[in-house]
Ligand binder design. Structure first.
Ligand SMILES: [Fe+2]
Length: 256
């Protein structure tokens, strides 16, 4: 499996605090079936984006580890004004592996009415926004039709593995399941911060999704789509029966 969202690099944000923790997280990921993990330090008002330092820490961790899983670089891009302006000026600066996919985290406090336009600008600049864990955001939980609009616009939704297992409470689980039913989810990732409370494990979610939605769906969400993210290929859409917001194409949504 491929995990496109983790806070595995130490001393950069609220993720791993020490190199030892980073290494323990890497080991846990490898032992539970993850072959590739993307380090996505926060880029927000609390943790400024420092790409050189991120690359340094990634090299340090790669050298200290045994190459399994492979580590890639991205960032957890908070949707605020300065970030947006900078990303529009430098479209591959914040994206995963400097390809086209950009993790986008919405504020818990306010969803601007211009959000659709902002996402449109990012798309027009060549980025493919991947909206992270909408099921855990109290404001987005109430805006599923808006999420469906953004998906129709060309964005993707990433759900946290732990949400599907109930680790973020009943409401997050219900919303994650509703997004799955509507065929709106394209990626499941760990958003790991440590080994105890928010671990870098995808295996439990894979088993759960396989049981509830079928092995094919589990592979799409945890293997094929995240693999496409690493290289900047188009993602596979859901072929689940429509639950109100069916997507136009069964398989591939082509680039604009
Ligand atoms: Fe995150």
């Amino acid at each position: 499996m491929i995990d496109v969202h983790s806070h595995i690099l130490h001393g950069l944000d609220d993720g791993a605090e020490t190199l030892e923790t980073s290494l323990a997280m890497l080991r846990m990921a490898a032992e539970t079936g993850t072959t590739d993990i993307v380090a996505t330090p926060h880029a927000d008002l609390s943790f400024p984006y420092r790409p050189e330092l991120n690359a340094e820490r990634m090299a340090e961790l790669s050298a200290a580890g045994n190459g399994s899983p492979r580590i890639h670089l991205g960032c957890d891009f908070h949707l605020h004004y300065e970030n947006i302006q900078d990303a529009l000026a430098h479209p591959t600066r914040y994206t995963i592996n400097h390809k086209c996919f950009l993790l986008v985290e919405f504020s818990d406090l306010v969803i601007f009415s211009s959000s659709g336009q902002i996402l449109g600008s990012l798309l027009d600049a060549g980025m493919r926004p991947v909206i992270t864990h909408p099921e855990r955001n109290a404001l987005l939980q109430q805006r599923i039709p808006l999420l469906a609009e953004w998906v129709a616009q060309g964005c993707h939704l990433q759900v946290t593995a732990g949400s599907l297992l109930g680790g973020f409470g009943r409401r997050a689980k219900e919303i994650a399941e509703e997004l799955m039913r509507r065929g709106l989810v394209d990626i499941v990732a760990s958003d790991a911060h440590d080994c105890e409370h928010r671990p870098p494990r995808l295996d439990l979610a894979r088993a759960h999704i396989s049981r509830q939605w079928g092995k094919e769906t589990a592979d799409r969400l945890l293997v094929r789509n995240p693999g496409a993210v690493l290289v900047g290929d188009p993602l596979e859409s859901s072929d689940l029966p429509p639950g109100g917001a069916a997507r136009a194409r069964k398989w591939y949504r082509f680039w604009r």
